[in-house]
Design a protein around this ligand. Structure first.
Ligand code: NAD
Length: 258
């Protein structure tokens, strides 16, 4: 089904664990050339890349802290140097960044959350655009940017997560603007908005809270990273979604407002 992903060059930010790692594994299994990323400049993560590639594809690790614009630029440059271009960018790095009620939010916390979820996607996309444009022109097919949004971006987020939720709403929205600017270049932009997915993201929650959240999900349970992965492949594949852009796909087991 995702045959056209073979040999596609796919850069996934924040992909050493959780949702990003599951997406990287699925792209590699489809025969893609995958760049995984985490904020650590740690050579041992090359082993993780090699383990993923055992199921197919080609995988390399690129350390870069995507909250820093200069590192976003270097990440894109290093990926392109290794694989010769970019066909698909997945902006997945992100996180809660802590919980603070409005009266406790200061400039430092604001910058921390917004840099992690908004600046990171903005800057990596900015530096990737010339390569995505070039790849689309060369192939005659669309190239693709996919960002990981959140149910919080629609619903305002849980206690203390207002900035996180707002940063994801920002991401949902900025994609629609990028559609207006770059559709002429044959680049598509789509968002995957997960509900509650069982990753370390929820490590701060007690069993009681987890049960309460599960009760708000029509399917009665958290989702898994593996259940999300095929949605990334769908938006990356020109054959599957070449006429789909500017969309937000909710993958949440029927979860309502948290
Ligand atoms: P996770 O903590 O398991 O994984 C986060 C990944 O991002 C890790 O690989 C980590 O190394 C990387 N990362 C963190 N900071 C980074 C930085 N500054 N530079 C580069 N890489 C960095 O989290 P997850 O649950 O897999 O979340 C992935 C994405 O999905 C995030 O954008 C998150 O906001 C979003 N999301 C998660 C859920 C959920 O329920 N888990 C729900 C909605 C949205």
């Amino acid at each position: 089904m995702f045959n056209d992903l073979k040999d596609k060059r796919v850069l996934i930010t924040g992909s050493t664990k959780g949702i990003g790692l599951a997406a990287a594994q699925a792209f590699a299994a489809a025969g893609a050339k995958v760049g995984i990323n985490g904020h650590r400049h740690d050579e041992s993560l090359g082993k993780l890349a090699a383990a993923i590639a055992k199921n197919g594809g080609e995988v390399a690790y690129f350390g870069a802290d995507v909250t820093k614009s200069a590192e976003c630029e270097a990440l894109v440059a290093n990926f392109v140097e290794r694989f010769g271009g970019i066909d698909v960018l997945v902006n997945n790095a992100g996180g809660l960044g802590g919980r603070q009620g409005l009266e406790n939010i200061d400039d430092e916390f604001y910058d921390h959350v917004m840099d992690l979820n908004a600046r990171s996607a903005l800057m990596v996309t900015k530096f990737a655009i010339p390569h995505l444009r070039h790849a689309a022109k060369q192939s005659g097919k669309t190239t693709s940017v996919i960002s990981t949004g959140s149910i919080a971006g629609r619903e305002g987020g849980g206690p203390g997560a207002s900035l996180y939720a707002a940063s994801k709403a920002w991401l949902h929205n900025v994609h629609r603007n990028w559609v207006k600017e770059f559709t002429k270049d044959n680049i598509r932009f789509n968002v995957i908005a997960p509900g509650t997915i069982d990753t370390v993201f929820h490590a701060d929650k007690s069993a009681e809270v987890r049960e309460k959240i599960a009760g708000s999900i029509a399917m009665g349970r958290f989702g898994t990273s593996e259940e999300l992965a095929p949605s990334f492949l769908f938006f990356a594949s020109h054959a599957c979604s070449g006429y789909i852009t500017g969309q937000i796909l909710d993958v949440n087991g029927g979860q309502m407002a948290p």
